[in-house]
Every structure is written in C-alpha cells, then in structure tokens.
Design a protein around this ligand. Structure first.
Ligand SMILES: [Mg+2]
Length: 269
C-alpha cells in the first residue's frame, strides 16, 4: 500500500488501534464518506479496533452512537472517546471524589456525574478544579459564576478542548477555546486543555485498550488538532484530504503526518 505521495504505508495493516476523527474523516455532516464502511470492516477483519475520538464536549457519547448507527456504522460505547470522557477520567484520577465545579451543557454535567465525579454547578469554595466544556447552553449567569470560581478560589482551571470555533450550517460559532479566552481575559487564569492537539486522549485510549505506540494509528482531516495529537503522543498518523485540509495547507504546515491519503477509501487493506 502506498500513500498519496507514494510513501510505503504497508505497516498500516499491522496496526491494532485505529483512532479516528469523525467529521471530515468518516462523514461530512450527515453523509458517510465513500469507502468509510469498507475501511472500518477491514480494520475489524484484521483483528484491529477502531475508536472515534472527538473534542466536542457538548454532545454525549449516546448522541454520537445514535448518529454513527444511523449512518450504518456498528459502534457502541467502547468505540468512543470524547474530550468529556477524557476530562472525567483525568479529574477522577487526580481528585477522586473531591468537589469539582463544572460549566457546560446539561448532558455534559450528567456524563461527568455518571463517571463518578462529585460535580457542582454552584459556587463551591472547596472545589479542587474548575472544568469548562463546550457550552451550547451558556448564559451570562454561568459565565459570572465561573469567573467567580476562578477569582475567589484556588481551584485548577481545566477545559475540555481548545477549539476556537465549531462549524455549523451558516458558518461557525464560538467553541470552548473562545469561551475560555473570555474567562482568561476576565480572571488572568489560563486553562489546561485536555482535547486534541494535546496527547492526553491518545494516551488514554492506548491505556484503556492496552496498545503500544507502534500499534496505534491516528487518522484525521486536521493537521493542527488530529495529526498534532498523534505527533505529540509519538504514534503514526494519517491525514485524509476529505475534510478541512488542502495540499496547500499541508505544505505550509510545520507538522507532517506519517501518511497522506485522499480519503479512508484509499486506506482499505
Ligand atoms: Mg475533522
């Protein structure tokens, strides 16, 4: 197998854990990318595992399961790792059942609680951490409360994902990174981001599935998040040109993927 530039990509078929981005990689909005189902079947046939990795913390894992099932992809809870799950696991390991203040959608808060975290959305002087998600139910009241938490307490500031914007049908809306920028300007505190391009989600998936670095392949359509997270985690990466990145953008980027393909259709082994 050779990639877009003729690079030998035959080691892809020996990978055991395929960490896939979703939008732009396996589907575009509500349409499957041609060849995506066959590629996922090939992974299964080869004894590998695929896990979808997303920075979006406004939706729950169940929302994503429903979406990909509707598109004909067989996937359950074990096939997903969201920045919400990664944040919850990280905070649970660090703080156990100590109180944590969180700001995000109601499904985000519910998921954190289901994970076993002691979450509050009220002012809490004893909180060890403040966790901000991509809040599609944001109000000025919530922003005020979070700013108070960051100003009046010593809680450590975490955020699920650094994305500035989220694509919608008319263009973009501010994502978690933009919301946090406002909080940083107001309080002087900067968050520790958990999602891509940080390597934390990749490392967590490797730990959860017991995979070694050379058994992992990160696949995505964005160099500065998907590919960068793989590079930061020290694993092989494959950029697909079926989404956001053009060849021109790739050429100008300092971060180079291990492999480049037109789409996952060219990765079927
Ligand atoms: Mg994408």
């Amino acid at each position: 197998m050779r990639d877009f530039f003729g690079v030998d990509a035959s080691r892809i078929k020996h990978k055991k854990l395929f960490l896939l981005d979703m939008d732009g990689t396996i589907y575009l909005d509500n349409n499957l990318i041609d060849g995506a189902l066959d590629f996922l079947s090939a992974i299964k046939r080869g004894g590998g595992k695929y896990v979808f990795i997303t920075n979006n913390s406004s939706k729950s894992v169940n929302d994503y399961i429903n979406k990909v099932n509707r598109l004909g992809i067989s996937a359950g809870k074990e096939n997903f790792l969201t920045s919400t799950q990664a944040s919850a696991q990280l905070l649970l390991e660090k703080y156990g059942y100590k109180p944590i203040y969180a700001q995000g959608t109601s499904s985000f808060i519910r998921e954190l609680k289901d994970f076993g975290l002691n979450v509050t959305t009220d002012f809490c002087a004893e909180a060890c951490a403040v966790l901000v998600g991509f809040d599609l139910e944001l109000t000025t009241k919530k922003l005020n409360l979070t700013a108070q938490m960051l100003t009046k307490t010593d809680a450590v500031f975490y955020a699920t994902n650094p994305d500035w914007v989220c694509p919608v049908d008319f263009g973009f809306v501010p994502d978690c990174g933009s919301m946090c920028f406002g909080l940083t300007k107001a309080t002087g505190k900067e968050p520790i981001f958990i999602g891509k391009p940080q390597p934390r989600m990749i490392e967590l998936a490797m730990k959860n599935f017991g995979a070694d670095r050379d058994e992992v392949l990160v696949i995505g359509d964005r160099v500065y998040t998907d590919i960068k997270s793989g590079i930061n985690a020290g694993v092989d990466t494959a950029l697909v040109l079926s989404g956001e990145t053009t060849l021109d953008v790739l050429q100008k980027s300092a971060d180079k993927p291990s492999f480049v393909f037109n789409s996952v259709k060219d990765m079927i082994f």
